[in-house]
Design a protein around this ligand. Sequence first.
Ligand SMILES: [Zn+2]
Length: 683
Amino acid sequence: MIAAVRSRIAAAARWLAPSAAAACAGSLAGGVVEHLGRGAGGAGAGGAAAAIGFFALLAIPALLAASAAARGVYALWQPAQLAASLVEDGGGAPRLAGWIAAVGTGALALAWLMFQGTWLLASWTAFKPLTLGYAMPVLAVGAALALVALARPAALLFTAIARAADRRWRRGGRRRTLLRPRAILTGAIALALATAYALWRIVVRPRLGPLDTSALHAPAAALTAAALALALWGRAGRRARVIGGGAAAALAAAALVAALAAARTAPSLTLELWGEQPLAGLVIERLFDLDAIRDDLPREELRPTARPGAAHPDIVIITIDTLRADRTPPYGGPAEMPALRALAERGAVFERAYAPSNVTRRSIPAMMIGIHANRVRGRVVGWALRVDPRHVLLAERLRAGGYDTAGFMCCLSFWGPEARTGLGRGLDHLEIDGDGTRLAQRARAWLDARELLPGRRPLLLWMHLIEPHNWANGVPDSLAEAERRKLYDRSIARADALLPTVLGAFASRPADRAPIAIVTADHGEALGDHGVPYHAADLYNSNLHVPLVLAGPGVRVGRVAEAVSLTDLVPTVLELAGFEPPPPAEIDGRSLADLATGRRAGDPAAGVAFAAMVKDRSNPGGVTALVRGGWKLIEGAAGLELYDLRTDFGERVNVSGRHPEIVRELVPLLRERQALARRPLSR
Ligand SMILES: [Zn+2]
């Protein structure tokens, strides 16, 4: 009994051995290709071994399953028996050739129908998911049924053609048949690969535009190496199998050990691999706790340097999603926003504050790390960005500096535990609610309870409100422009109504113990400007110009005309909180504390802000913009655009031809910031 089981296990192991060897060989090849393909910066032999090991953790099971499945299917087809039944006198199998040709042309027809069908349906329905979701299966089933109906007639036709061609080839009887089963299969595979590649290059690729396929190199290398290993296994003798298979297995095991050791003992290396290698990174974030690895880094290096004698006031930052400055009262806008108006009247209004990008996913990390949007690393998850854990966020710095930190955030897609974006890093207390009113009430309740505690540490509270982002939900596109603006204004008024709920928690404090309150936004909204209804499509001021209002002890009352960027938020807040701003090597922003406190008046002709559109799921990317004082240079697909913001803040007239000297001055500043995107990120 036991002997029988044992022999069965031995048989299964023998059967699996070639797949296991192929999986090891494929993983090693793929791991090496992914590691060599990454950007600059090396981690030595140990780092390379760990990188290959992380890749192998994913690739070995995948390749093992794939090769076992492929071999199983192959065996079930009983190819020898099939060939014998199809082979005719003379060793040829014209019926096999006929059926393979029928299947091949059928597959081609189906692929063409689905490609064209998807293309046309998407453009006719303007990507309506429900219509597409219904129409595509109907198209697919209809096409498949038609192909099944035509399959046998087509196979008979192709068989006749193959038979005739082979007869002609063999005329005279001296030459061997072309239609040997093995030759047919090899030819069919080669033809299929060549056709797929040609279609990709001629039809698909040109329509897709710029596309980064480098992430596919490693899987392709892994599959090729595994297939090669399987083919060799079939031909090799027992000795070669033992030596080759054993070597592949031993190397793969060593790489796996290196990876597991790195995850436990080398957090910097592991985080670097997460950031630089897409597939090894996928394994790291799936199998290990990225935040726990991040927590293994020494905390001291995050601690900001306290300025001697400086006070550490409470800081309240409220970011309002999709808030365009010129609709709000401090910037001459018509919306009902009494709370923001009152805050502006008792604080500093930055008249020319620019968001680092035009979409939350890119702006919020740039604002809270203090670097340009094109330097923020991470992976897109849903609508958000999983921020590279090597970046340090404002809340982490303040917490390391002795602050209590709390976040009241909308929404789960950005701050929820499932999204694991890392944007909540450094926030000791985090509450998430999709409803702004409830969120503000929860923040108020938490603040009220906290106000009663003795011996409190200073506080950073960050609240992100989504209300204006959803202003267009259910609003028909046909609505007149003025009506649409009214609806937008109403949504930003709703966000404003939430401010007193939160800020009111500090109302009973004496003025010198009030918090420093900061209200700003991640980006604006086009509202029809430049032919665009919403945001994320361009870098014009409708998208970039956002409110930046500060008030509190030490903050001046008045307006600042100098252009600033919201990448300046981190150093500004740190300085206002009594710390030295981080050194320029760590961040791109500069502290605006001198402007906010009135130590410096600000120069309307100076001040530089940079913004970047980063290509990802909803963003075509490829546009950058630079403001210096009253000039703005935009570089996109259409080339350079220059605007004189002093007379044309809505960017209607491109004056790059009239002011080549300004273009010449601004282009190097733009290039310098564009180039930063390619700088490797290392801690
Ligand atoms: Zn947003």
